[in-house]
Structure formats: structure tokens, C-alpha cells
Design a protein around this ligand. Structure first.
Ligand code: BGC
Length: 348
């Protein structure tokens, strides 16, 4: 009996010890966790899990890209050479009014559903080209006409995504690029993202569409501005950022409706992360801008200076992690993936 009571007491004490042990580990865990969020806020979130509304049709359409063997990347091909032997340097661009999509498709037989990879070597980078778009069909055609052979000469594994803003609300280039990023990473683990205006055509294929250690600005000069950098901090037109760089800055702000400011905001985000913008040499980073009048639906954003003043305090909560949208359709066209999206309208 005495022994029995002692054993009972011991097991009761044992339970307390276990309970206290558990409590201490929970407290230790909470302390560690809160310490980390204070320190870093480094956007280790996985946007595919948290942000994006899935649609079933999309999953079906995607299944082909994930099917083994669609992209031959895992096979035993040698890596493509550091400098592609196919580069031609500066080339004369043509903008024939008679050009049509069928012509461009027939000249790019190696491209399927917007994607391409070199047949005889393993590309050094996998690159997603993101092009925000609305009502600029002719510009898109000219760009596709030049960009596909240009990227193939650079021996890249790439896909072109056109992100088309549905409806008549004022245009929002930055939010469309966030959507493009979030949708493209569902297809493939792209390492590099090229954020590309639809009306800028690169003139020299030595302007490499690959990412660097630092965010890269590819438009040093354009024909319409005498091939001069617009201003020291200019970061618009065409930029290249790795997945990590883009995640680190939380992508673009979603709040720039209308023309201007969103690219300056991205530059501020980059600087806040102590990254430095790099540029290729001026004689290479040259673009032709296809002429156009200011689009209706893309008026100058009068709020842009006010918004820019708030970037430092807003960037953590305004970007990829707050980008809400509704996919209207995803069409796998021969030369590009056409994503039509409802991104809403400015909150007044
Ligand atoms: C705007 C930018 C634009 C740049 C060059 C700036 O004033 O804020 O968005 O890219 O001008 O046109």
C-alpha cells in the first residue's frame, strides 16, 4: 500500500514535470518566433500558397507544362556557352504595317505555347518575360516579332506572358506585373523575370535578358530621347530581377493607377534593401520606342509624388503579399501566354 501511494505520488509529479516542460518549450518557441519577425520581415512567404485564387480551368491548362519531358531541362545536355555564338549585335528593326500574327508564328516554329528552350544545349537561365498590356495589339505584334528571335539567339529557356487588364478601369502597369509574376511561378520555377513595356523593342542582342547579382535596368537609351538615360534613377521600361530580388522588395506597389511613378517606387524599394541597380553598356542597352499617343485609360497619375513619399512605410504591406485579383482567362497561344485579369479599380 505504502509503495503504491509512493508510486502514485511519483507519477503525479511526473505529469507536472512533463506539463511544465511543455509550457517552457511553448514559451521558448513564442520568444524565438516573435524575435525573428521583428528582425527580418524578409518575405519568406510563399505567394502561391497564400495569395492567389486558384481556378480549375487554369490547373487543367497548366498540367501540360508540368508534364515530365515537356521541357527537356533535366536531360544530359551540356550547358550553353557563356557567350552565345548566335548573337549578331545591333540589328536593323522593321515595323511593317502588313505584319500579322501568322507570319510571326510561322517564323518561330520552335516556340510552343509561349515557351522555348534551345534544342542542343542547356540554357544558363530560365526567364519569364512579363508584358503588361491593354489595347496595344500592333505594338505587341512588333515586339513578339523581334523578341522571339532575339531571345533564341541568346540561347535562353524562356516564356512570354502577356498580362492583359480586363475592363475599362484606369491602367495599372505595376499591379499587372505583380499578377504576371504570381501566375508565371505557377508554371515553372523561373529564376529571372523581365518586366517589359510593350512599346520598347531592343536593338542589340548583346543586351542580355538574364538576371544579375543586382537588379538590372536594361533601357539606358531610347531612340526618342537621343539614347540618353532619362535621369539618374530611371528604372522604367525594361528591368530584370531574379525571383529573390523581386520577393525581397515585395514586388511592385499595387496602388499606382495611371501613368508614372510605379517604376520610381520600385527603385526606392530596391534601394531600401541596399541593392544597387546595374546597367549594361550604353551602346548595347538601346531601344526603339514604337510611336503612340497617350492611351485613353492611362492618364498621368497625379498622386504619384504623394505615393512615392510613402514608399518607405508602405512597401512591406503593399505589393506581392497584398495583390488581389481575379483571373478571367489564361490562353496558351502559340507565341505567348495570354493572361486576362480583373485587377479591380482604385479605391477612392
Ligand atoms: C515617371 C516614371 C517614368 C519616367 C520616364 C517619371 O517622371 O515617374 O514613371 O518612367 O518619368 O518617363
Amino acid at each position: 500500500m505504502g509503495l503504491c501511494t509512493a508510486a502514485k505520488k511519483f507519477s503525479r509529479r511526473g505529469k507536472y514535470v512533463v506539463l511544465i516542460g511543455l509550457l517552457l518549450s511553448v514559451l521558448a518557441w513564442i520568444a524565438t518566433f516573435s524575435g525573428e519577425t521583428d528582425k527580418t520581415i524578409s518575405f519568406n512567404f510563399d505567394p502561391t500558397l497564400t495569395l492567389v485564387r486558384q481556378d480549375k480551368l487554369r490547373d487543367k491548362l497548366n498540367s501540360w507544362t508540368r508534364a515530365p519531358g515537356h521541357w527537356n531541362l533535366s536531360t544530359e545536355k551540356d550547358e550553353c556557352p557563356k557567350e552565345s555564338p548566335l548573337l549578331v549585335g545591333a540589328s536593323k528593326l522593321s515595323f511593317e504595317s502588313s505584319l500579322n500574327l501568322k507570319d510571326v508564328e510561322s517564323k518561330n516554329k520552335g516556340v510552343a505555347k509561349g515557351a522555348y528552350e534551345p534544342a542542343d544545349c542547356k540554357a544558363r537561365q530560365s526567364v519569364a518575360i512579363l508584358i503588361p498590356h491593354r489595347n496595344r495589339e500592333k505594338h505587341l505584334l512588333y515586339l513578339l516579332h523581334h523578341l522571339h528571335p532575339f531571345l533564341q539567339r541568346q540561347q535562353l529557356h524562356y516564356a512570354i506572358y502577356v498580362i492583359h487588364q480586363a475592363g475599362d478601369a484606369i491602367f495599372n502597369r505595376a499591379k499587372l506585373l505583380n499578377v504576371g509574376y504570381l501566375e508565371a511561378i505557377k508554371d515553372f520555377s523561373w529564376e529571372c523575370f523581365i518586366l517589359h513595356d510593350v512599346d520598347l523593342v531592343p536593338e542589340n542582342d548583346r543586351n542580355l535578358y538574364i538576371c544579375d547579382q543586382q537588379p538590372k535596368h536594361l533601357v539606358v537609351g531610347r531612340n526618342v530621347t537621343g539614347y540618353k538615360l532619362r535621369y539618374k534613377g530611371y528604372f522604367g521600361g525594361v528591368t530584370a530581377m531574379t525571383k529573390d530580388q523581386f520577393l525581397k522588395v515585395n514586388g511592385f506597389s499595387n496602388n499606382y493607377w495611371g501613368w508614372g511613378g510605379e517604376d520610381d517606387d520600385l527603385r526606392v524599394r530596391v534601394e531600401l534593401q541596399k541593392m544597387t541597380i546595374v546597367r549594361p553598356p550604353a551602346d548595347v542597352a538601346r531601344y526603339t520606342m514604337v510611336f503612340h499617343k497617350r492611351d485613353s485609360g492611362n492618364q498621368i497619375n497625379k498622386n504619384r509624388m504623394r505615393l512615392l513619399g510613402q514608399t518607405t512605410k508602405m512597401w512591406r504591406n503593399d505589393g506581392l503579399n497584398s495583390c488581389s485579383y481575379k483571373i478571367v482567362s489564361v490562353e496558351r497561344m502559340p507565341l505567348y501566354v495570354n493572361i486576362t485579369v480583373d485587377i479591380g479599380q482604385p479605391q477612392s
